[in-house]
Design a binder for this molecule. Structure first.
Ligand code: IFM
Length: 475
């Protein structure tokens, strides 16, 4: 598995281990549309996106990619792409419209059929149980700030496991609980839109508890299933030695708040009091459930976080003060490229994250990059193609970093590009395109971008080729 110089440029081809799982990722609310079909209930994202001012240009997921009605065509596209695995999420309100009680059979049947159609196409289903579309009825009872939601999530997990789980396969309990708690309950950027530290701290614990309870149900209902959780992690960097202590706090709150409970059964000592769940919410046995062994850890990696000491009493371009830490801000080093989300692109951050997490992983636990990708200013050119060179460069850099981590002993077993199709990018609506496949939302026409054929080449060769700079210079 050593690299070989194939084009004489100094760039090398990087073979991945045999059996490395190549996939693409998406989530229910972001692609499905059909929000009123077949008895689906309302989710917090339906409410939030229909609230004026919450989503750019008033976009909603009402139609999205209309995947619910076009899944056959879209699954055929996966075959053309050559993916081995498809990561999708099940929409809780399709299966249990009010988040508890009776099952809505057509909703469950949709996902059963989806799994069957994937298997028929020789594509491994990777099922996420919770990717943010909480039934609105549960939000009305307090959402993730209410402990009962974790219990309801466990019941929902059991319904899905018993209803469609006979494929075994890979199951992800919760996607990015950090984003749910911080954006959904602290900053209000995401549904359900709360801006309350206490609610965010409670949601943090209950999302983790939901993971632990779901894991327990999956273990007993589906002993052969491989189960994990997906966390969004960032490489956190200090500008200089003076900023290291502040960076360590940021790191604890960004990564450790979810990573430490799952891997070590405790919350990070460095996180500040208002961020941590209060002891009164943590019942006997909770931390044991949360830290029960997982088969894999899913990592979503997009960008690093840089921390500096600065005068936060006056605004500075490219700096964002960290709330409650006077004189500390995150910042954007000028020399690093940014994606069209305004996020820094730094593949070394992925390498460093994988190395750091692997050091804390129990023996036998694998890692998957369950999301990585970038938004770019994609458009269909007069020749009718989408030449998304920035995405190819981003992808190449991050795959090279993943490859390097594997060489250095990280048990990385697969990579999922986010996202397969352009889709509803939460508060940004349809203004940000992450897809390998361009979606013209007015007509619902699909058009694989240049990055799709690049990724297809990587997957079919199981090898990252040298970056062909011809690609960059012709556009
Ligand atoms: O679109 C999201 C996804 O739902 C969760 N991870 C990050 C992606 C890009 O913002």
């Amino acid at each position: 598995m050593t690299a070989s110089n194939v084009n004489g440029s100094g760039e090398v081809a990087r073979p991945f281990p045999e059996g490395f799982l190549w996939g693409v990722a998406c989530s229910s609310y972001q692609i499905e549309g059909a929000v009123h079909a077949d008895g689906r209930g309302r989710s917090v994202w339906d409410t939030f996106s229909h609230t004026p001012g919450k989503v750019l240009r008033g976009d909603t997921g009402d139609i999205a990619c209309d995947f619910y009605n076009r899944s056959d065509e879209d699954l055929d596209l996966l075959i053309a792409l050559g993916v081995a695995a498809f990561r999708f999420s099940v929409a809780w309100p399709r299966i249990q419209p009010t988040g508890s009680g009776a099952v809505n059979q057509p909703g469950l049947d949709f996902y059963r059929s989806l799994v069957e159609r994937l298997l028929a196409r020789n594509i491994e289903p990777v099922l996420t149980l919770y990717h943010w579309d909480l039934p609105q009825s549960l939000e009305d009872l307090g959402g993730w700030a209410n402990r009962d939601t974790a219990e309801r999530f466990a019941d929902f997990t059991q319904i899905v496991a018993e209803g469609i789980g006979d494929f075994g396969g890979m199951w992800i309990t919760v996607n990015e609980p950090q984003v749910v708690a911080s954006h959904g309950y602290r900053t209000g950027e995401h549904a359900p839109g709360h801006t309350d530290d206490a609610l965010a701290a409670a949601a943090t614990h209950h999302l983790l508890l939901g993971h632990g309870l779901a894991l327990q149900r999956l273990r007993s209902a589906l002993p052969a299933a491989r189960v994990g959780i997906t966390l969004d992690l960032h490489a956190v960097r200090a500008q200089d030695a003076e900023a290291e202590a502040a960076a360590a706090v940021a790191e604890a709150e960004q990564n450790g708040l979810f990573l430490d409970p799952v891997l070590q059964g405790r919350y990070p000592a460095l996180a500040r009091e208002h961020i941590l769940p209060p002891a009164s919410l943590i019942e006997d046995g909770d931390m044991e459930l949360i830290s029960a062994p997982i088969d894999f850890l899913g990592i979503n990696y997009y960008s690093p976080v840089y921390v500096k000491l600065t005068d936060t009493s006056v605004p500075h371009a490219d700096e964002t003060p960290i709330a409650g830490l006077p004189g500390v801000a995150t910042y954007m080093p000028i020399e690093l490229p940014r994606t069209s989300m305004g996020w820094l692109s730094e593949p070394d951050g992925l390498y460093d994250t994988l190395i750091a997490v692997a050091a804390d992983l129990p023996p036998g636990c694998k890692m998957y990059i369950t999301e990585n990708g970038c938004a770019a200013e994609d458009y269909v050119n007069p020749e009718g193609s989408v030449e998304d060179v920035e995405r190819i460069e981003y992808l190449h850099g991050h795959l090279a970093a993943a490859w390097r981590a594997i060489q250095d002993g990280v048990p990385l077993a697969g990579y999922f590009y986010w996202s397969v199709y352009d889709n509803f990018e939460w508060g940004w609506g349809y203004q940000k395109r992450f897809g390998l496949v361009f979606v013209e939302f007015e007509s619902q026409r699909r058009l694989p971008k240049r990055s799709a054929s690049f990724y297809q080449g990587v997957m079919s060769a199981n090898e990252l080729p040298p970056l062909d700079l011809q690609i960059a210079s012709t556009t």
